[in-house]
Design a protein around this ligand. Structure first.
Ligand SMILES: [Zn+2]
Length: 201
């Protein structure tokens, strides 16, 4: 039976970063290599910034290749990294359509999710964002219920050392989504990925 992979949601793909200036693509690629150490249990889900990423043509080519291999899933973060709750409905729809079209034409993949910047749309101020997303053919996912990598690694470390408990944990995490930006520390995630790889090869 195929495992419904754990989704590693990676926001802000790709932007210039003061910590990794000039090496943003290398850092992003390193993060992807970590996720694909265990392609059976993990998939790298990207929240793409359709304008900012155009400063990284080599990254665009790379995402297209990896998406074709099934190790990446590029979804929409926005046309820009802005507060969409402050924009009128029609402008949101038009920007989402443009971002979606960019992903279709650049990566040969049809996105279905809008991961809004800063989780906009979770409160009354952004209540027009969910219908706007639907009109653009996207489902809005905010930051509500977001899981951090520390939660998984804590569960792993607390496990009894029995094959049954390990198997139960692996099954319990099937299909869940964990948020981690490509520039953030990845020690907890790395440890978790190695656990899955070692215990369900
Ligand atoms: Zn963001």
């Amino acid at each position: 039976m195929t495992y419904n992979r754990i989704r590693i949601r990676d926001d802000d793909v790709l932007v210039t970063s003061s910590s990794f200036r000039g090496k943003e693509f290398d850092r992003f690629r390193g993060f992807h290599n970590m996720v694909t150490e265990d392609p059976k249990h993990f998939i790298h889900v990207l929240a793409v910034l359709a304008t900012e990423i155009q400063e990284f043509p080599e990254c665009i080519a790379y995402i297209k290749e990896e998406t074709a291999k099934g190790t990446m899933q590029p979804e929409v973060h926005g046309l820009h990294h802005i507060d969409y709750a402050g924009l009128p409905y029609a402008v949101v729809v038009s920007q989402l359509r443009e971002a979606k079209d960019f992903i279709v034409s650049s990566f040969n993949y049809v996105p279905t999710i809008w991961y809004s910047p800063w989780g906009a749309g979770a409160d009354a101020r952004g209540e027009h964002l969910r219908p706007a997303a639907l009109e653009a053919g996207l489902n809005l996912v905010t930051c509500v219920g977001m899981i951090q990598p520390s939660k998984l690694v804590h569960e792993i470390r607390a496990l009894a050392d029995t094959p049954e408990d390990k198997a139960n944990l692996i099954m319990a995490w099937e299909g869940k989504e964990i948020l981690r930006h490509w520039w953030e520390g990845s020690g907890a995630l790395m440890e978790s990925i190695q656990f899955f790889k070692a215990n369900d090869p």
